[in-house]
Design a protein around this ligand. Structure first.
Ligand code: FES
Ligand SMILES: [Fe+2]
Length: 341
């Protein structure tokens, strides 16, 4: 008898139904007293082991800095990442340029500086910078993957790589993508640990998930395989199978592998920003949802993507209000030396 049948007293959603032609099913949401408790399954040691495996991966010094659309052709943008000011702009072919965010002349923050033909002009005295750098200013590695912006910073304990470790994605021209960002008072590991505990899904986010079961036979420290119903309402839901993996130490990815939207991916990236005025760490969660479906109706949804995107963002934000509360609580307990695990 497998763990999932032994522990869960409620009837499970048969896997075959996840492949039916109509994705939406009548799956009434159970009340809490009819739901299976998951705390026995969500073992602190198991989550900690999966987190250690994730943290052993090389980040390559790459950090997600925002959405591709955040940096245009005409003006620079600055961000603080891992305690360092970083400036971003675009070269003549639209490629991303990144480098130290302080002007080498008198230290102006290189934010909102005019960019003409790929050259940035400092707003204070007009010093010109290009992607080639000069003896006073050296660019960082930079990469625009079509959805997200990345910067490669020299990072202790990480071997620099040419490109970030990107997870498999559906074809972007046939997908709808949306990006949200939300800062929290915690460290990147708290964000990753939250997602390495899928067992909280039905309990903590009943408006979004139900009937969540981790398939222990298919899961290990490298991958968590989950059968779950995405809630559309208290009565209707969409059952899917999903896999969670960590391609680098600051990223956790959910791939939908069966059911409606198979091939879709949700990438959660945790970027350390630095310390806030209260001396506590700030971490930016950047979540990219790349929704894909082979269903003919989905192409209509794709054409309507300016209307669909706000809905995707709203759902992701709502989840991250709760999940950041979880991550911040985990950080607080760790600081107090009271985290059980
Ligand atoms: S501070 Fe940038 S040109 Fe003077
Ligand atoms: Fe969650």
């Amino acid at each position: 008898m497998s763990l999932r049948t032994r522990i869960s007293p409620l009837p499970q959603i048969p896997r075959a139904r996840a492949r039916s032609r109509i994705p939406i099913e009548r799956i009434p949401q159970p009340r809490e007293n009819r739901m299976a408790a998951t705390w026995r399954l969500a073992k602190p040691a198991r989550i900690a082991a999966a987190l250690r495996t994730a943290q052993s991966r090389n980040g390559g010094g790459w950090f997600v800095a925002g959405a591709s659309g955040d940096v245009g052709q005409k003006e620079s943008v600055t961000r603080t990442i891992a305690g360092r000011e970083v400036v971003f702009w675009r070269n003549t072919t639209g490629g991303l340029v990144a480098g130290p965010g302080a002007c080498p002349h008198l230290g102006a923050l290189l934010d909102k500086c005019p960019v003409i033909d790929g050259t940035l002009y400092c707003r204070w005295h007009g010093l010109a910078l290009t992607q080639n750098g000069d003896p006073t200013w050296s660019p960082y590695r930079a990469y625009d993957d079509g959805v997200l912006l990345w910067v490669g910073l020299p990072t202790e304990g990480e071997e620099a790589t040419d490109r970030p470790a990107l997870p498999a994605r559906p074809p972007l021209p046939e997908s709808v993508s949306a990006v949200i960002t939300k800062p929290g008072i915690c460290e990147p590991e708290d964000v990753i640990a939250n997602r390495l505990d899928p067992w909280h899904g039905s309990w903590f986010h009943p408006y979004a998930f139900s009937h969540l079961v981790v398939d222990d036979d298919a899961s290990d420290d490298q991958v968590l395989v989950v059968d779950v119903t995405f809630r559309l309402s208290r009565t209707w839901g969409v059952p899917v199978r999903a896999e969670f993996t960590c391609p680098d130490r600051r990223t956790i990815v959910m791939h939908i592998t069966e059911g409606e939207g198979a091939g879709s991916v949700v990438e959660t990236h945790a970027t350390p920003l630095g310390l806030g005025a209260d001396s506590l760490p700030r971490t930016m969660v950047t979540e990219a949802t790349i929704a894909y479906s082979e269903r003919p109706g989905f192409q209509v949804a794709r054409w309507l993507s300016p209307l669909v995107r706000p809905g995707i963002r709203q759902t992701a934000r709502k989840l991250w209000v709760d999940d950041l509360a979880y991550a911040e609580r985990r950080y607080e307990l760790r600081q107090r030396g009271e985290f059980p695990g």
